[in-house]
Design a protein around this ligand. Sequence first.
Ligand SMILES: O=P(O)(O)OC[C@H]1O[C@H](OP(=O)(O)OP(=O)(O)O)[C@H](O)[C@@H]1O
Ligand SMILES: O=c1cc[nH]c(=O)[nH]1
Ligand SMILES: [Mg+2]
Length: 209
Amino acid sequence: MTIKVIKHPLIQHKLGLMRAQGISTKSFRELASEVGALLTYEATKELPLENNSITAWDGSQLEVEHIKGKKITVVPILRAGLGMMEGVTQLIPAAKVSVVGLQRNEETLEPVPYFEKLVGKIDERISLVIDPMLATGGSMIATIDMLKKAGCQQIKVIVLVAAPEGVEKTLAAHPDIEIFTAALDNRLDENGYIIPGLGDAGDKIFGTF
Ligand SMILES: O=P(O)(O)OC[C@H]1O[C@H](OP(=O)(O)OP(=O)(O)O)[C@H](O)[C@@H]1O
Ligand SMILES: O=c1cc[nH]c(=O)[nH]1
Ligand SMILES: [Mg+2]
C-alpha cells in the first residue's frame, strides 16, 4: 500500500533523543515505548467504528461507538520489538499478542526464524507488526510471509526507523501492507545498518553490548 512518515513534533523530538551516542538503556527503552505508542495512535486512526447500545450511568440507553469487527493482534518481532510493546499495549490493552522470533545473520543479513506463536483465528484479526528497525526488509518480509501463511489478511507495520532499500523491498513483496514510521532514513551501510539510524536497537533495549 504505502509508507507513512509521521512528522508529529513529539515523535520527532523523542526520536532525536534516541539517536544520541551513549544513550542509557533506560532512556532508549522508555523512548522506544513512547514512540511506539505515538505511532500506534496514527496506525489505528482509520479503524472502522460501529454503533452499539449500552446502558449509561443514569440507566438510559445510549448509542456509543466501538471498534468494528476485526480486532487487533500485536506482533512483536523478537527481540527488539519487545521494546515497543509496553507503549503499544497501553493504547490497545485488549490486543492479543502473536510473537515472532527472527535473528538477522550479521554476515549474510538473511533473517533466521527461531520462534512463532500466533494467536488463533488470525484470519479475523488485523496484525500490527512492531519492530524498531526496518533495514534490508528481510525480517519484516519473513514475518509478513508467516502471518499471511497463517491466514492473516490485513497487516500494518510500525517501525521507529526505516531504510529506503528495506521499504522498497517490503512493499514490492507485500504491496497490500501499510508501514508507519517516525523516520525514513538515508541508506544502509556496508554492514546493513541504517544510516543515520539508531545503531543496534536490540542491544540498546536489552543492554547486550
Ligand atoms: O531489515 P533487516 O535487515 O532484516 O534488519 C532488521 C532487523 O534486525 C534487528 O533485529 P536483530 O536481527 O538484530 O535481532 P534482535 O532484535 O534480537 O537484536 C531489528 O530489530 C530487525 O528485526
Ligand atoms: O540499523 C540497524 C539494522 C538492523 N538492526 C538494528 O538494530 N539496527
Ligand atoms: Mg539486534
